[in-house]
Design a protein around this ligand. Structure first.
Ligand code: FES
Length: 239
């Protein structure tokens, strides 16, 4: 016999995926928490187990489906592809919206809650809209000692002056390129060492969809870390 459950679904019937996403919607609406919301609440043992959305019920854009399946094929355990798959969905949708999570979950055959538990941990995965472009300015120790905070503030100011939209500009923890300090990741392109005077050029490049600061990106063949091209120090002649 079927009975109405606290979450509105009926035991004995297949629950709607939408019923399962109420908690996810709430988390998205309230912004990314510093710790996963509800971690200290007791489990509701009357709840039905989470469901995996079925591909037959979820329309997944073919190019996104192919992208996720390709990434899954690269690992012995397909779940190892969760982060690349979420990044693919974020590129496609702009952020990890509820439909985006559903689509990844359906292709990967995992629950949306499993995906959210991972997405909420990583700063580069956004469960709320933050902009299709990003400028992450590292203000960790090495970069901080090289005036990174002033660079960050100059980029924010230049973006405001240029009314740059659809761009997530943030301070970021160490991006692993300390020899370029102070540096930033502009849509994934590492540039540095930066000066406050670089801010307008970075903003203009983002606006125009160009690579910022040619010759100063980590991927540029002519990029050299600071001091790499300096002549070797002269030995003092013995007195
Ligand atoms: S401290 Fe900035 S990249 Fe490491």
């Amino acid at each position: 016999m079927s009975a109405r459950q606290p979450n509105g679904s009926i035991r004995g019937e297949r629950p709607l995926v939408a019923d399962r996403l109420v908690g996810l919607d709430h988390q998205i609406a309230s912004g990314k928490p510093s710790v996963a919301g509800g971690w200290d609440l007791p489990a509701d043992l009357d709840k039905d187990p989470a469901v995996i959305p079925q591909l037959a019920d979820v329309r997944v854009p073919p190019e996104l489906k192919a992208d996720i399946e390709y990434r899954m094929s690269l690992y012995p355990d397909a779940r190892s592809a969760v982060i690349p798959a979420l990044r693919a969905a974020q590129r496609h949708h702009g952020y990890l919206s509820t439909p985006a999570m559903l689509q990844v979950a359906a292709v990967m055959k995992v629950t949306p809650a499993y995906l959210s538990s991972i997405a909420s941990f990583y700063d580069m995965l956004n469960e709320e809209p933050r902009g299709r472009h990003y400028v992450y300015v590292c203000t960790s120790v090495s970069c901080h000692l090289s005036n990174a905070k002033a660079v960050y503030e100059a980029i924010v100011e230049a973006a405001e002056e240029a009314e740059l939209g659809d761009t997530d500009i943030r301070e970021f923890e160490c991006l692993g390129a300390c020899d370029m300090q102070p540096m930033a990741s502009v849509d994934g392109r590492y540039v540095g060492p930066l000066d406050v005077s670089d801010a307008p050029a970075i903003v203009a490049a983002v606006r125009e969809g160009r690579k910022p600061l040619p010759g100063r990106g980590l991927e540029d063949s002519d990029h050299m870390p600071p001091g790499a091209g300096d002549p070797p120090p002269q030995e003092e002649a013995p007195q």
